[in-house]
Design a protein around this ligand. Structure first.
Ligand SMILES: NC(=O)c1ccc[n+]([C@@H]2O[C@H](COP(=O)([O-])OP(=O)(O)OC[C@H]3O[C@@H](n4cnc5c(N)ncnc54)[C@H](OP(=O)(O)O)[C@@H]3O)[C@@H](O)[C@H]2O)c1
Length: 217
């Protein structure tokens, strides 16, 4: 599958690229081509050192949208609106939002959704109606994706209103050994998925745990 990562040079983008590029062609996107290319070379080097083969390309975010069948929006919540307003060509594509609107308020992390109810629903409003949006990969820390020697023993809750798109996203997760995708229902469930992340961060803060995640049994 052709998988693209808008904002792929950041923490979660690079982490996901390292895992997904072992079984898919992954295009890392950036606002600057050179930054995307540097990120690709660095990922290739990391994978090569582990004896792993990969298929990686570095391009602009717009080229990522043009090229990919599945597009992951790996950008901070505050840049979601300007980024989606600038990009075109999402029609017919599967779009995945791992975006969590979160703030650290004093001693803990809070869920701070926009008036639309969630980052996912805001993305849906900004995307063309032919785009097939799913919310997924919100609850696994970037560091866990990067630790290639460690299995990713986590669940991935996937919600969305297009059953075919949701199936494709779940298949993408299955291709990463040990990840367990779960159907979380319609896009209206997005606030529940996104708001789990500030809880995980707060649990980490109070229990001195790094990169807390969940696996549902
Ligand atoms: N980090 C995690 O552990 C984690 C886990 C689960 C979900 N998430 C979610 O994933 C998303 C990305 O998180 P992250 O930690 O990877 O973010 P990040 O590293 O802070 O940023 C990701 C990318 O966003 C791009 N960016 C920066 N400023 C921008 C701007 N003004 N306009 C457009 N793009 C800009 C940058 O790419 P270029 O400079 O190359 O354009 C950057 O590499 C967030 O919404 C977060 O909630 C993160």
């Amino acid at each position: 599958m052709r998988v693209g990562i808008v904002g792929g040079t950041g923490g979660i983008g690079e982490g996901m690229a390292l895992r997904l590029a072992q079984s898919h062609t992954v295009m890392i996107g950036s606002r600057e081509t050179e930054k995307a290319e540097v990120c690709c070379r660095s990922c290739e080097q990391i994978l090569k050192e582990q004896g792993l083969s990969c298929s990686l390309i570095g391009k602009t975010n717009q080229e990522v949208v043009n090229f990919s069948e599945i597009i992951i929006l790996a950008i901070p919540f505050k840049f979601l609106v300007p980024t989606l307003k600038e990009l075109t060509g999402f029609e017919g594509k599967v779009v995945v939002s791992p975006v969590n609107p979160i703030e650290k308020t004093g001693e803990f992390f809070s869920y701070t959704p926009p008036p639309e109810g969630s980052a996912g629903m805001l993305a849906k409003k900004l995307l063309p109606k032919e785009a097939k949006l799913c919310v997924a990969f919100n609850n696994i820390a970037a560091n866990r994706w990067r630790e290639l020697k460690e299995p990713l023993e986590y669940s991935v809750a996937v919600c969305g209103d297009d059953e075919g798109a949701k199936r494709q996203v779940m298949e993408l997760a299955v291709d990463v050994p040990n990840l367990k995708p779960l159907n979380a229902g319609p896009l209206a469930v997005a606030p529940l998925i996104e708001s789990l992340t500030p809880l995980l961060l707060t649990l980490g803060r109070y229990n001195r745990l790094k990169d807390v995640g969940v696996r549902f049994y």
